[in-house]
Design a protein around this ligand. Structure first.
Ligand SMILES: *Cc1c(COP(=O)(O)O)cnc(C)c1O
Length: 492
């Protein structure tokens, strides 16, 4: 069988294998990599997965996309990435709240946020890609983070052969819990540095390093090249398709959904990666009715889906669901490539860059609305949803999941009677102080002890990776000026 090939969303004529696409991350024309065709499956394929473990399900889905990887190797990678030691109690369990409302929990990994679902496996996919493409140099992963991505990437890349990772975070722009998680990171190949500045400063600094040919040359002398762990990399997107299949299989297994019956997913959205993976699952043939895109007060995607106008020229809000505080959602470009083609994508991305805005044609807008619905929540609504869900179902959710929960309840008011699955992207313990306040209490202890306080308040167990985090040894204390970042990279 011929390999499934990949090309840029913006139309360059270069065709790559999946290993090459994962190694490169971003295409040279600035576009993102997409498969030339979307693999199709039938109900037998899904039926055959119902009794499988998560890693087995992931293997079956990933093999359809990563056709150049050796099957046995890919099987081993999936088994290792989604093992019981990495994902305690299973990788992506579905919990049922009532006869129509369900939750897909994606936060059972080592950092307690859904980014683990991709970042536990992506380092192994990259490591294998380096071997497959005969790469002689080592990779240095650079990450600028506003919280969740940095820790998940560190945990995924720690002690992976031929790869090193360096994370920059804004000194005063991450939560106490997130800072502690990163500063206590273990592993021989990792480095964590705080920047005196905000997230944009860290992000801009990293982009400048990527763009500098001088730094690239100096790194080459050390037999090293730069790579990114950003959600624009195909290696981060493709593992996310698998959990939509897995959730559907669990619904069939529990008898709530008949094989072939459609379900609806509600996804708390930032960069549009998670929900786009669901769209791909649907395009492959997974029975999905609607995908509901849930945003916080930064509701740029709600407007885009409802009116076909993407406009980033608006006020930026800092919210209690910080991982969704985004005005430019990079993975929308992949959706555009499917509905507007390469030329359309190119010109929309061009006007986003020059004017901060683009408008879909009437036909494209209707096309989007056929598959997607959208909603957003105010901060008050997010808080209310945490309290209400706990009181009604004795079920604790975090500030991101709460955004989706509100949109799910709104959707259920005029749904077609199908099962609705809320995608839960973080453990409530990761945002413990906000959750305590949402429950109407005040956090008495210092921020790093908030999990203990939330546990005694709700009698829900703290996930193992967050237990006694405040007792861990702090390894990384360095805080630097943003103009020192390049120097720091070269020293590392
Ligand atoms: C990253 C993140 C999101 C947003 O996911 P996207 O794929 O960027 O849309 C939502 N919730 C949490 C907790 C996250 O860490």
């Amino acid at each position: 069988m011929d390999n499934l090939m990949y090309k840029s969303t913006r139309g360059s004529k270069e065709y790559l294998t999946s290993a090459e696409a994962i190694k490169r991350g971003l295409a040279e024309d600035g576009g993102l990599y997409m498969p030339l065709t979307i693999p199709k499956i039938d109900l037998d394929f899904i039926g055959g997965m119902v009794e499988d473990t998560y890693s087995e399900r992931a293997f079956k889905v990933l093999s359809l996309y990563l056709t150049d990887y050796d099957k046995n190797t890919l099987h081993d990678i999936c088994k290792k990435a989604y093992s019981d030691t990495r994902f305690i109690g299973g990788a992506a369990p579905v919990t049922s709240l009532n006869d129509k409302l369900n939750v897909l929990e994606l936060w059972h990994g080592p950092t307690c946020a859904f980014k683990d679902m991709a970042l536990q496996i992506m380092p192994m996919l990259l490591s294998e890609a380096l071997k497959m493409t005969g790469e002689k140099k080592d990779a240095l992963i650079l990450v600028a983070t506003s919280g969740d991505t940095g820790k998940a990437a560190l945990e995924g890349y720690r002690d992976v052969d031929k790869i090193r990772i360096m994370v920059f975070y804004p000194e005063n722009g991450v939560s106490a819990m997130q800072k502690l998680q990163m500063a206590s990171q273990e592993g021989e190949n990792v480095n964590v540095v705080a920047i005196k500045g905000n997230f944009d400063d860290a992000q801009t600094g990293v982009k400048e390093i990527f763009a500098s040919s001088e730094i690239a040359e100096k790194l080459l002398e050390k037999n090293t090249f730069l790579s990114s762990a950003n959600s624009i990399n195909w290696g981060r997107l493709v593992p996310q398709i698998a959990y939509y299949f897995s959730a559907y299989c669990d619904m069939v297994k529990s008898g709530k959904t008949k094989l072939g019956e459609k379900v609806t997913f509600v996804v708390p959205t930032g960069n549009f990666g998670n929900i786009f993976a669901a769209h791909l699952a649907r395009q492959m043939g997974l029975p999905i009715n609607k995908l509901v895109c849930a945003s916080n007060k930064n509701s740029v995607l709600t407007d885009f889906i409802e009116n076909g106008v993407y406009d980033k020229n608006r006020e930026f809000y800092t919210t209690i669901s910080p991982s969704m505080d985004i005005l430019v959602s990079s993975n929308v470009e992949r959706l555009l490539s499917l509905i507007s083609g390469e030329n359309g994508t190119y010109s929309y991305m061009d006007s986003l860059k020059t004017e901060g805005k683009y408008t879909l044609t009437e036909e494209e807008k209707n096309n989007v609305k056929l598959g997607f619905k959208a909603g957003f929540t105010t901060e008050e609504e997010t808080n209310f949803e945490i309290r209400d869900t706990f009181e009604k179902y004795n079920y604790l959710i975090d500030t991101h999941t709460a955004v989706a929960m509100k949109c799910a309840k709104d959707y259920l008011k005029d749904s077609q009677g199908e099962q609705v699955i809320v995608v839960s992207t973080a453990s409530p313990y990761k945002f413990a102080s906000s959750v305590i306040e949402a429950l109407g209490k005040t956090c008495e202890l210092e921020a790093v002890l908030a999990p203990e306080e939330l546990e005694s308040l709700t009698k829900k167990e703290i996930p193992l990776p967050l237990v006694k985090l405040h007792e861990k040894r702090i390894r990384f204390k360095k805080s630097i000026d943003k103009n020192q970042m390049a120097k720091e990279v070269l020293e590392f």
